[in-house]
Each structure stands twice: as structure tokens, then as C-alpha cells.
Design a protein around this ligand. Sequence first.
Ligand code: NAI
Length: 387
Amino acid sequence: MNPSKITICGGGNGAQTLAPIAALNLGCDVDLYAPLGDEAERLRAGMAAGDGLEITGAVRARARLHQVSANAAEVIPGSQVVLLVLPAFAHEATLWQIAPFLERGASVCAIPARGGFDYCAAHVLREAGREDVAIAGLQTLPWACRVEEYGRRVHVLGVKQSVTAASRPAAESARVVPFLEQMMGLPVLPASSLLSLTLANTGQIIHPGIMYGLFAQWDGTFLEQAPLFYQGLDAAGAQVLEGLSRDIQAIRIRLGERLDLSAVEPLLDWLRRAYGDAIRDPATLHGAFVSNAAYAGLQAPVREVAPGRFVPDFSSRYLAEDVPFGLVPTRAIAGLAGVDTPVVDRVIAWAGGRLGRDYLGRDIMLARIPQKYGLATLNQLVAFAAK
Ligand code: NAI
């Protein structure tokens, strides 16, 4: 795969990080599709003022992009690869917008895929008459990154040592994986299916799990400051993370009788692999979080309701994305496989309460679960994953 142009969909931290890195590593034109609000305009203004987009911190790069537009018809045609670097709740709408303009045989890759991307993408592409388009996904975004000045500068706090990718059809990985490696400049490990990525999505464990650890007992008292998110993890919080990881391993073991799910690692194994030397104390899960340099200083999401008075921000993507596009799909898969997930259930019940949703009952179809896209039995799920 040697494209002359790629398009990145998104105008947030991840999209603004990937764009210059991809432009330098691939040496091809990079277009940006940013339809939300006035983002395309602000991105163009920032890049013009700063002579391109600059990346600082753990990765350093500066590059100019080819074109930025809020109109899919201007930036999607001509791209053999289209990358969705978006929160998962924006995937479906974006897929509908770009589907008519995708090149024949193009690949659409979500970075990160989060849970159930393949069910949603296959559905949209089928309904749009675009079954010629391949689907791919990465398990996570390789960079911890924050925009410092919109359209001008992004700071990268840490880089993962490797990331896992999968595609549908699976054979497409032979083309997609080397391309992703070249584009991002880091090792990409192939997984057998996007189902592996749904289960191997560590964001679904880490984000809701730590939120639960930090705030499940919160009694409404104002906080004087935002607690540290990762470094604020205590022993009880680490136990919740262990429990979530254990539940997901139980699903892996059951489904592993029928599919290759070797990419679905226990959380501590993944942390050690992804962060390597950035972790000073890799002996325990607790140590792997509090001594991880890539996590240093990152704060929990809070809202300032009065000067110096904060409350947890339960609407943050740590719950709003990682529960309906993470834990709930995983639990739905467990249900089809006949596996109990007590800790996953406990965290979903709590998070759902905070989000005003009953994801264990009434509101389950609002989550990106396989059943929503017609996969109602274990056999259907396995057949879809094996395709
Ligand atoms: P972000 O919060 O910066 O992205 C927001 C952007 O997404 C918006 O600026 C807009 O361009 C786009 N967007 C949101 N809603 C939209 C809609 N309805 N239609 C069209 N576009 C829409 O997110 P970020 O940080 O770039 O993250 C992207 C993904 O990577 C998320 O899944 C996140 O959980 C994940 N991730 C991010 C990390 C980071 O350090 N930034 C680290 C690990 C994972």
C-alpha cells in the first residue's frame, strides 16, 4: 500500500497528532476532514499562522497538510486510506458522511476502534452499498496527546511501544499493518479479528475502572482540586481494574475455543508491553499505573462549579465513550458466550447511573452491541468475526 494521499477524519488531539506524523513518515498528501462546528476554519487559520502543525514532547514533528475541509466531497475522494481519529460516538455519523465519496477498494481504519466498530462499520457500508471498502482498527491511540494551541501545536506526553491492529476481511491485514507501521513509525502487531480489538480495548477497563475507584464513594462534597487520574489509583481501585481484566479474560477463554483471541491480554501484561521502561514498578497493577511516566500528572475529569470548587465530570469520555463503546459491548458478547462478568456489571451499573442510562436493561440498544446490528446468537457472532 503506497497511497499518494490519505485523509484523516477528526479535529481533536489525536487527529492533530497523527496528521503531521503521517505526512512526514509517508511523504504523501494528508487531508483532514473536520466537519464539527467551525473546526475546519480554525484548523486552517492555526496552520497558516504557525506554518503547519507542530508536535512537541515525546515526538517532535512539523508538517503542512494538503487540505482541510468540513466537506467530505472535497477531501475523501482520491484517498486509498481514510483514518477515523475520533471518539467512538462520532464513528457512525462520520461513516455515513464519507461512504459515498470513498474510493473503490479503499480501507477505513478507526484509531482507536473501541468496542464494536466492525459491527457498526459493516452495517453502514452495507447499507450504503459500499461493501467493496475494507475495515480496520487499532486497539488504541499510540500517543497520549493534548492540543496546546488549536491548529498549531500539540503536545505528546507519551508514546506506546507498539499497538495492535486488525482488519475485516482479515486478509487485508497483510496490506494494512505494514502501512500503519510506516505511517505511525512504530511496531503494529496484527490481531486475528476486530472482535479481538473489542475485547482487547484496554480503555474500557482503565477509564471506567479508575473513575469507579476514584468516585464511586463520592458523597457530593466539593473537591478542592482535580485528583490525579492514574497516579491517584489506590489499592481498592487497582482491585477493580484486576476484576474487570479477569472478567474479560474469562470471555477470551470461552470464545478462544472457537476463535484466535490471543491478542486479548491481561491488563498488566498489556501495560508492560505498551509502556516498557516508562514504568518504574511493573511488579503489580497498582505500581504499573502510579509509576508510569506516560501517565504522570494527568488529572481526573472535573468541572469547576465555583472558584476553587470542583465536582467529578461524569459526562467525560472516560464514561460517555468507554462504557457504551467499551464495557457494554463486551458484556453483550459475554452474554452471547454464556460468561458471567460480575465486576464489569458492577461498573456498568454505577457508570450508567452517573450517565442517566440503564445499560444493563432499558438502554442497552443505545450501546454499540452486536445485537443492535443483527448478531443475536453466538454462532452469528463467531461467523461474523471469522469472515
Ligand atoms: P478529542 O476529544 O480531542 O476529539 C474530539 C474531536 O472529535 C472533536 O474536536 C471533533 O473533531 C471530533 N468529533 C467529536 N464529535 C464529533 C461529531 N459528532 N462529528 C464529527 N466529529 C466529531 O479526542 P482525542 O483525544 O483526539 O481522542 C480520539 C480517540 O482516541 C478517542 O477514542 C480517545 O478516547 C482516544 N484516545 C485518546 C488519547 C489522547 O491522549 N488524546 C489517548 C488514548 C486514546
